[in-house]
Write a protein that binds this ligand. Structure first.
Ligand SMILES: CC(C)(COP(=O)(O)OP(=O)(O)OC[C@H]1O[C@@H](n2cnc3c(N)ncnc32)[C@H](O)[C@@H]1OP(=O)(O)O)[C@@H](O)C(=O)NCCC(=O)NCCS
Length: 163
């Protein structure tokens, strides 16, 4: 899969089943109910906004049998000027090809338009995600003791100020 074969676009409610299928394959992703995913596409009060981005193979990409069309997604929510990255997932077969970086850049571009900040929390042991965030300019800003369960683990909090 070449970078040119992947398109980043806004999601719609029709993408929910594929997002759930992808999320279920990734133990370290945030796991939500279908209802939660669907709520992302319901109109909000003006100070609240959801950003849901999809990475998928372009229609003319050479497909390998069984390869998923949806290769990744990102979910973020804005309250006033602060964005929270809530989930980012790339299919195992498509990792380390820059898709996580492209999804994250989509969020940072959107946040830059409001001169806002982006924050996120992640399991301390999630090296892949932490490297992705640090490479994109996120800075460590805190720790939440035993924030995660099954297994219990601290969350580290990152922040990226824009504008
Ligand atoms: C985290 C995740 C989204 C990264 O997606 P990706 O498309 O593979 O990331 P990219 O190819 O854009 O990588 C960008 C940078 O992140 C870092 N990185 C990504 N995967 C890494 C890994 N397995 N180990 C170490 N660093 C890694 C590297 O610095 C990489 O740059 P490089 O390839 O030039 O060295 C992906 O591993 C994933 O879906 N993980 C499971 C879900 C998850 O844990 N999400 C985060 C918590 S909600």
């Amino acid at each position: 899969m070449a970078a040119d074969d992947v398109n980043i676009r806004s999601a719609t409610a029709e993408d929910v089943p594929s997002m759930i299928a992808l999320e279920r394959e990734c133990p370290t992703a945030a796991h939500w109910t279908e209802q939660h995913y669907r709520s992302l596409f319901v109109a909000r009060a003006s100070k609240l906004e959801s950003l849901v981005l999809i990475a998928e193979e372009t229609a003319d990409a050479p497909k390998s049998p069984g390869a998923p069309t949806m290769l990744g997604f990102l979910v973020a929510q804005r309250v006033d000027y602060e964005w929270e990255l809530q989930n980012i997932v790339v299919a195992q077969s498509a990792r380390r090809k820059g898709l996580g970086k492209r999804l994250l850049e989509g969020l940072l571009d959107q946040a830059a338009q409001t001169n806002g900040a982006v924050f996120l929390e992640v399991r301390e042991s999630n090296t892949a995600a932490r490297n992705l965030y640090e490479k994109a300019g996120f800075e460590l800003s805190g720790r939440r003791k035993s924030y995660y369960v099954d297994p219990s683990e601290d969350a580290v909090v990152y922040r990226h100020s824009l504008g």
